[in-house]
Design a protein. Sequence first.
Length: 469
Amino acid sequence: MSSKRLRSIPRTLAFRLTIWYAGIFLFSAAVAFGFFYYLITTTLRGRTDQDLLAEVRSFSSVMVLQGVEAVKRQALLDSQAAGEKKIFIQLLYPDGRLFSSSNMSYFRNIPVSSAAIVRMLEQDEPLFATVSSPDHSHEIRVVYALLGPGLIIHLGLSMDDLTHFIEAFQRIFVVTMAALFALAVVIGWFMARRALAGVGNVTRTARRIADGRWAERVPLGKGGDEIDQLAITFNRMLDRIQELVKGIKEMTDNIAHDLKSPITRIRGQAEIALTGGGSATDLENMAATAVEECDRLLEMINTMLFISRTDAGVTQPVLKEIDIAAVARGACGLFQSLAEEKKIALTWDVPEHAEMRGDIRLVQRMLANLLDNAIKYTPEGGWVKVSLRLNPDRSLSVTVQDSGVGISEKDLPHIFERFYRSDPSRSQAGAGLGLSFARAVARAHGGDITVESSPAGSAFTVNIPAAPA
Ligand code: ADP
């Protein structure tokens, strides 16, 4: 592994997850150990106290049954039997003075505590204490108890068992914790790497795409887990980006294509003017044509910009309460003469009022585009009908139906695309932006456009929300 990769490891999520995992694992193990340690030590201490108490009781019964001399003998015998390094037994006067004692050479530094005797006499029950001395590596548990009138027993039991246990425990603790840490790191690293393998796939795919391999997609796992969800979302995003890039490419191709001929025409006119051929009237006509072409170009560019901005959600229409019924009637009135010219019967079935929230200029242009197409693609003698109705779900439907040439199945899925024009319509004037514009307006108003077509004609329906009641 290169030193750069090694240095980057601490910054990786896998590394941090491993450390967290190992930390939590170790903490839990330490808590479990601590609990276990506490249980064992309290049990061992409790057992030492039980042993001391049993010894005290045995001395009490000897005292009652056989008297003080027997107690002295018993003390010597017991200390020798248990071992003079294990136990000491002292008989004391209430003021702490020594009456009799087992061999104290091992326990010589264990003092008699007068304060403990006073407290024991006050509470009238045996008093336990833990004492340590520099001579011993372990602690000594002692008990003071009243054996009879004027006689106190001071018993001490070496807690070397407990000390040995604690030492062994500490050794086991250190070794086990080290082993557990190593295990936790290995398991944690393995689990983190496994969990994050999917993220690695996403990163690698993103890198390949950055290198220009646009068709790459993240391979999907079978699990359907969060990483798979990420991969699905990532792939969907890529599809959408690819679609947009394709759209932009198509648009630039179309712009290049559609702007070329008018610009060439304008250039041709200007060239003729420059070479000085033609009268003043010819020049005027050329200038007028150039202005007309420029206006058409400007309008086309503005429409394109509007569609792109509305599709991208950058431009939002200014919504005001408008009467779309009046707008529809107005549009029909406007196209009446054009229809008559082509001997097309234009009729409309529109209610008195239909309120919606919208931008009146955009809605006018949307309906004008649909009517313009209907008249344009309907042969002489045909008909065009405009109807408007309010649906039960409070949406408005405006339908522009015609008895025209219809749209072939091949063209139908594409007619709303920018610059798309079916082959037969190429003979008609138009830039292929009318329907894209109409759809962008409908969508910007929270609605949409649908189309139904047959060789007998087409029907475009705009569904748009009505104004709230
Ligand atoms: P344009 O009319 O300028 O060509 P549009 O975007 O308005 O562009 O329409 C796109 C295409 O959809 C047209 O070229 C035509 O082929 C088809 N089209 C639109 N409206 C109709 C209609 N009412 N009847 C038949 N074809 C239509």
